[in-house]
Design a protein around this ligand. Structure first.
Ligand code: GLC
Length: 582
């Protein structure tokens, strides 16, 4: 408690301090009932630092660039920023391979830049969530260098090693390896090390209490600086059965069952909570929500003292290159909502740095539908129960980049090694490329589109990934000036959410379940009721809803008009409206 107060004073983190104020008796009842928390009310904006704003002309975004753009971030109405890893890294996986957890990647700037950035965020009441990558480190981290140097090195047990004299280790699937095997033979000590991701991302051994203590110390280092939360990267994979039993043939088709939330994980999270989370006013979110809804619950139920929220991949796994069924979308999000209706909390998102652009995957990125359909998706994200995570550029309706065509155009290790592996396994390479053009992570990583000047105002140098040619029209400057833009719609939505608790805490109910084009639901809290109508199709859609006449004019509408008579309405292609009950 003392520490928090001190931090508040030192860093002028007024938002956090305000939270510690005494509640009025009325607030107490309501808050206890709703279990109100700042992180439930937060609107998170995810910044991929490599691609946001470059200030030194090297074609790579940097922290100074983020600082320059904080007024823009504030203008969006978001309340927190999640920053992808900014630690020292050889960039095998763009910062998800950390070589020093207490230093800033030279491409991005210095610790001084970081301190300024954090202070400037706090001065604007924006919280900062850091990405913590501790399922693995870089192979260039000093721990791994020591660990691989000899079998009796004190750091040997920081990682998973399998001595060659025991024969080949039982096969483990690697998500990023061109060969597919997560064990890599290392000559130096005649042993294999484990890497669930790339060969340059060896997995840390969480069974070793020293490793765990190192991680907590790192987290405290950042929490002491005043950061407001942590996103635990790939953490559901951290616990492993270190006897490494043989898994059934073909297990990799269903590897989550064998990799996620293995025995020990809950204990590690409880310990992390006791050591770190409980000592600061920080939020915690894990990538991956386990194998079942029950498991997801166990991670986030407040009385278990593990983490605040997790995010599952069910939602982002829906779109496929040949389309998807709206029914699956509705079912998925409804299922997750109901599982957490009484207890626990979830994250709502349709894209991030591991996905292609949401408007290209879930909706329609061609004219004239790009703008209305991007607005429709933002309306969805910002009107659901759960903490919304909005990915940079989606507030503009940025799309997949047609410049990413051939394998040489892609930079992502997952794409490049995946290609090699597919080739080796004799897969249909046309099919592979079709999927990549649709779903590659690089689409979500092309630079932010600020204006219509050269390189969209992102850099004066050569951008590390090509700008999407549509930046001449899809950019911040143009959209700020256009009252009908995706950007201005986004701002209306953040304002609506922040001013209406019903959109944060209210019950969610799916209506029009069988409708093929429209996703419709209500949100209710005490006597406040809202109805959200989203046409996910490129044609008009009629709806008949018994109590529609009891709702007023739209609070949100991505078109100029809304056709409603009595209990029926006709939604235009991708029309999104939010109505409040009279
Ligand atoms: C997570 C990150 C992803 C990264 C991987 C390995 O899935 O979101 O970007 O490649 O972990 O760290």
């Amino acid at each position: 408690m003392k520490k928090i107060t001190l931090l508040c004073l030192v860093l002028l983190s007024l938002y956090s301090c305000a939270e510690k104020k005494e509640k009025t008796p009325m607030q107490t009842n309501q808050e206890d009932e709703l279990d109100k928390k700042w992180w439930k009310e937060a609107i998170v904006y995810q910044i991929y630092p490599r691609s946001f704003q470059d200030t030194d002309g090297d074609g790579v975004g940097d922290l100074k660039g983020i600082i320059e753009r904080l007024d823009y971030v504030k203008s969006l109405g978001v309340t927190a920023v999640w920053l992808n890893p900014i630690y020292s890294s050889p960039n095998d996986d763009n910062g998800y391979d950390v070589s020093d957890y207490r230093d800033i990647m030279s491409d991005f700037g210095t610790m001084e830049d970081f301190d300024t950035m954090l202070a400037e965020m706090h001065a604007r009441d924006i919280k900062l969530v850091m990405d913590i990558v501790v399922n693995h480190s870089s192979d260039e981290h000093p721990w791994f260098k020591e660990s691989r140097s000899s079998r009796d090195n004190p750091y040997r047990d920081y990682y998973h090693w399998w001595p060659a004299e025991k024969g080949e280790p039982p096969y483990r699937y690697s998500l990023f390896d061109a060969e597919g095997n997560a064990w890599k033979y290392d000559e130096q000590t005649d042993a294999y090390y484990l890497h669930y991701f790339s060969q340059k991302q060896p997995d840390l051994n969480w069974e070793n209490p020293k490793v765990r203590q190192e991680v907590y110390d790192i987290m405290k280092f950042w929490a002491d600086k005043g950061v407001d939360g942590f996103r635990l990267d790939a953490f559901q994979f951290a616990a492993k059965d270190t006897t490494f039993p043989k898994f059934p043939d073909g297990f990799e088709k269903n590897f989550i069952q064998y990799y996620a939330v293995q025995e020990g994980l809950h204990d590690y999270l409880k310990e992390m909570n006791a050591e770190v989370f409980s000592k600061y006013d920080v939020m915690s979110v894990a990538e991956g929500a386990g194998r079942t809804l029950e498991e997801a619950h166990e991670l986030v139920d407040a009385d278990r003292n593990e983490i605040n929220m997790a995010y599952a991949f069910d939602g982002v796994d829906i779109p496929k290159v040949d389309g998807y069924e709206l029914a699956t979308f509705k079912e998925t999000f409804t299922k997750w909502d109901s599982a957490f209706a009484k207890k626990g909390w979830i994250s709502i998102f349709l894209s991030n740095h591991d996905q292609a652009r949401m408007v290209s995957r879930y909706a329609n990125d061609s004219l004239p539908f790009r703008a209305p359909s991007a607005k429709m998706l933002n309306t969805f994200i910002l009107s659901m129960r759960g903490t919304p995570y909005c990915y940079f550029g989606d507030e503009l309706g940025m799309t997949n980049n047609p410049k990413l065509q051939e394998i040489e155009d892609f930079k992502d290790i997952a794409a490049i090694n995946g290609y090699k592996k597919a080739q080796k396994q004799g897969e249909d390479m046309d099919e592979y490329m079709r999927n990549l053009r649709f779903g590659s992570r690089d689409h979500g990583r092309t630079p932010m589109q600020w204006d219509d000047s050269q390189n969209a105002g992102f850099t004066t140098g050569t951008p590390w990934l090509p700008l999407n040619p549509n930046y001449t029209t899809v950019n911040v400057q143009a959209e700020e000036e256009n009252p009908q833009s995706v950007l201005n719609h986004f701002k209306k939505m953040t304002a609506l959410r922040k001013n209406n608790e019903v959109l944060i805490y209210g019950d969610y109910e799916l209506i029009q379940k069988e409708h093929k084009q429209v996703y419709a639901y209500t949100r209710s809290l005490d006597n406040q009721n809202m109805m959200v109508l989203l046409n996910f199709s490129d044609t008009e859609a009629a709806v008949g809803i018994n109590d529609l006449h009891t709702y007023g004019d739209p609070l949100i509408n991505n078109y100029d008009s809304f056709e409603k008579t009595g209990t029926s309405a006709v939604l235009k292609p991708y029309q999104a409206v939010i109505l409040a009950k009279n």
